[in-house]
Design a protein around this ligand. Structure first.
Ligand SMILES: NC(=O)c1ccc[n+]([C@@H]2O[C@H](COP(=O)([O-])OP(=O)(O)OC[C@H]3O[C@@H](n4cnc5c(N)ncnc54)[C@H](OP(=O)(O)O)[C@@H]3O)[C@@H](O)[C@H]2O)c1
Length: 314
């Protein structure tokens, strides 16, 4: 099979042996795979694949068609559409995935959009509802709202009845983020003034954290998911104590199968039905053929996009 391949700090297409589905796994012919910040880190050698994932084939999310079943796999039939988060290896023509990590592609979602769905919607759903316990009527600040995870979080929170403030540094993208359900889309330097917030989803990292923490309500929850703009921040602990805040964070990639399966079942229960009825969508900023993988990574790195950059593998 052909796959995006990282060698010497660059990504290009190379031939690899076809993967075989192991016990409980399904083999997917990948139609589309989203690009994520982690792929760019992996390209420059800063984020090695976890054990069990191929070391040189990037890709944390994919969608395609089931073409073979490993021993004991029963959740999907050959020919069905499926999508999944994986620890790596998603940007390839074929990918073996444990069936418990995989989800059906909603009928209402095209397979290209589905390739950019699992990582960002699972991350946003888990952070907002499992970790931060966001409830209807609460006020949420999404820091870094125009990207893949941010555009998912805005839609999920608005659908759940929260009031969503989006921080979006590119003025040209603010209308697009409002159209996804944000009640307001503001410059990152203006969000603290627009508080108070019950929940802060931090997708950018350090730059505005101190001011935003001061804009939290009592019993507020801060969940740190992305730190691309800086991972060391100064925060007043007096603000944390006085407001009785909870500050947490998480990563998805290195979680064990049991935990990834639990997030997939939560997605099937709570998120995929909203895709079926057209209440959620995957905004696609750009799509590239696999032969253009280097250009696709450059497009992602350039920023200034609404939603996802997607690699098409057929
Ligand atoms: N913990 C996890 O499990 C997990 C899972 C998925 C993703 N992540 C991480 O979460 C972050 C967001 O992911 P994503 O897929 O949404 O990435 P993305 O599509 O690249 O979006 C990042 C967003 O943050 C904005 N941004 C970057 N630097 C900024 C700054 N200094 N000030 C204000 N805004 C800034 C970007 O704006 P511009 O376009 O203007 O640059 C963009 O809208 C990434 O760091 C990613 O690695 C973590």
């Amino acid at each position: 099979m052909r796959a995006a391949t990282i060698r010497d700090g660059e990504v290009h297409v190379a031939e690899h042996p076809d993967p075989e589905p192991g016990h409980g796994e399904i083999l997917l012919r990948v139609h589309a795979a989203g690009i994520n910040g982690a792929d760019l880190l992996q390209r420059r050698g800063a984020y090695p694949a976890p054990p069990g994932a191929p070391a040189d084939v990037p890709g944390l999310e994919l969608a395609g068609e089931v073409v073979a079943l490993g021993p004991g796999a029963t959740r999907f039939a050959v020919g069905e559409r499926a999508m999944a988060i994986v620890g790596g290896g998603g940007q390839a023509e074929l990918c073996a995935v444990h069936e418990r990590q995989a989800m059906p592609v909603p009928v209402a979602v095209g397979v290209v959009e589905a390739g950019g769905l699992p990582e960002v919607f699972t991350t946003a759903h888990d952070a907002l509802f499992a970790q931060a316990g966001l409830r209807m009527g609460e006020r949420l600040l999404v820091s870094g709202a125009a990207g893949g995870v941010g555009s998912a979080a805005v839609q999920l929170a608005a659908a759940a009845g929260a009031h969503v403030t989006a921080s979006v540094r590119d003025p040209a993208l603010r209308d697009g983020v409002r159209a996804l359900g944000a009640h307001e889309a503001l410059d990152p330097d203006d969000t603290a003034e627009a508080g108070p917030y019950d929940v802060l989803l931090e997708l950018v990292g350090a730059p505005n954290l101190e001011a935003n923490v001061r804009a939290m309500r009592r019993f507020g929850r801060v969940v740190v998911i992305g730190v691309g703009a800086g991972f060391k921040a100064q925060v007043s602990l007096l603000s944390v104590m006085g407001r009785r805040l909870t500050i947490g964070g998480s990563t998805l990639r290195a979680r064990p199968l049991e935990e990834k399966a639990a997030t997939a079942r939560a997605m099937e229960r709570e998120v995929l039905p909203l895709f079926e009825r057209g209440a959620l969508r995957v905004p696609v900023a750009a799509r590239f053929a696999v032969d253009e993988v280097a250009a696709a990574y450059e497009r992602f790195a350039a920023g200034g996009k609404l939603g996802k950059v997607i690699l098409e593998l057929r």
